[in-house]
Design a protein around this ligand. Structure first.
Ligand SMILES: [Zn+2]
Length: 246
């Protein structure tokens, strides 16, 4: 995953894979390469793993390869969910007991009990993820998830105890300008946010959108600082929105 993009592109052109699996941050770069025709593959399946797949990235990837982007929801505890034939994520309730700790009317934190393990049972393990309850018409009785929003770690709590869910930030940035693809928002403190966007004009628009969001939520005197590079918190995983806890 740390190989330069050119190496991936050359390999993929040779292999012509039927199934393309990768983190969204890599898939989005491959989608760009496919658009610029340096990459020319026709996978019948594209699967996003390991990072949060935003609706914006999903659309770009799906358009580039002409197929739906499926997701696999996994963690060190095992496979928690996957996309059904209708394109909806379902929790793996054949094997797991999943309880919901509701954050609001649609958001919840899954609390997982693994029914298979007898040696090292996982009992009521509280995941770090924010899921959105959804619906599906495929007939599966397992719980449908409309979205994996992000991690609880990525929820910002600003001065005045104002909670900012990752989706609020994502929507503000997406609404600032449709061409903003590469960005990162990091909460540095209760009043400081760093924003990385390579294009200065986009940066101005996005920082204004963030200020408007914070104002609307009642967070006052928040400073948005310009970051010069992306911050990789754990290994190679890219998190577009994160809160640093001191
Ligand atoms: Zn379904």
């Amino acid at each position: 995953l740390l190989q330069p993009l050119d190496v991936h592109v050359t390999r993929l052109n040779q292999l012509q894979p039927d199934v393309l699996v990768g983190q969204p941050s890599l898939l989005i770069r491959l989608a760009k390469a496919q658009g610029e025709t340096s990459l020319s593959i026709g996978p019948s399946k594209v699967i996003s793993v390991a990072e949060v797949l935003s609706p914006e990235d999903e659309r770009v990837i799906s358009e580039a390869f002409g197929v739906r982007v499926d997701q696999v929801y996994q963690c060190t505890e095992g496979l928690l969910g996957q996309t059904c034939p209708h394109g909806t994520m379902h929790l793996n309730e054949d094997w797991l007991l999943v309880e919901q700790e509701w954050l609001d009317e649609k958001r919840f934190i899954p609390v997982v009990t693994d029914l298979r393990r007898s040696s090292q049972p996982v009992v009521r393990y509280r995941m770090n993820d924010i899921l959105h309850a959804g619906t599906c018409t495929c007939g599966s009785r397992t719980m449908a998830i409309s979205r994996i929003e992000g991690r609880m770690d990525d929820v910002m709590v600003l001065q005045g105890d104002v909670t900012v869910f990752p989706d609020f930030v994502r929507r503000a940035i997406a609404g600032a300008h449709p061409d903003i693809r590469e960005y990162q928002v990091v909460q540095l403190s209760g009043t400081e946010i760093s924003l990385f966007i390579p294009d200065p004009a986009h940066w101005d628009m996005a920082s204004q959108a963030l200020q408007a969001l914070f104002n609307r939520l009642g967070a006052r005197e928040i400073v948005v600082i310009s970051a010069q590079s992306l911050y990789h918190h754990d290994g190679s995983k890219l998190r577009r929105i994160l809160a640093l806890r001191s």
